[in-house]
Design a protein around this ligand. Sequence first.
Ligand code: ADP
Length: 259
Amino acid sequence: YKVKYAPFKNERNNIGGLIIVFQDMTNEHKLDNMRKEFVANVSHELKTPITTIKSYTETLMDDGIDEEMEQRFLAVIDNECDRMARLVKDLLQLSNLDYKKTTWKKQEVSAKKLLKEILLKLEFAFKEKNHKIIVDVEENLPNIVIDKDGIEQVILNIISNAIKYTENGGEIQISSRCLDDTISIKVKDNGIGIPEEDRQRIFERFYRVEKGRSRESGGTGLGLSIAKQIIEAHNGEILLDSCFGEGTTVEIKIPYEKV
Ligand code: ADP
């Protein structure tokens, strides 16, 4: 608590009492810590690829390196540059969302058509990991008014996570239903799951359960926090349910206009 006090005088100009104000600083402290943690995370995420790039270029500048090795080193450098570019892109998007600078281009979209387009883009990723995919979309879903690119990014991220965090040959179910006044889109996997102690923090920036696996698959650790902000800008909800070792379900609910 921060304490401020001031005396006040009575009608005879004597000190009549003391006003004491207790200010709860818990939120300020939390915000301050979050800011510090964020800067530490960004610095760390950038430092790792920079260190790699630096040591590989130094080796490349040495004499006596054969052509095959040279190509291998260049590929590593290229990969690390891509990682930094992804990170900066995600950070810029978060900053635009924070400062409400994102311009939403809302348009009427059929959820069924949107899901079809997204699944087409992920076809290769599904095949690569040999996952079985089950799609179950309710007939006659009402259209939703959304920023198509934004919502597509959210769904792509959720399905990509399901693919990434499920061992080869897994099963991913994608379903869409019409609820009272929202459209629900659910992605259920039978992958590694998320331990209970990590579940509440999973939408925080840079929070990852397994840093190694996330980095290996090119993740920035910002996907779900961006997804949450995009969904909230649509007055929707994003929910996560998971059982460690059994699988994860992520659901988004987006309101639609009733006609
Ligand atoms: P990343 O780029 O690391 O995938 P996200 O913000 O998309 O970042 O996800 C944050 C973390 O949540 C991931 O690093 C992973 O630990 C966990 N996670 C997300 N989706 C799943 C899932 N379907 N199954 C298991 N863990 C998941």
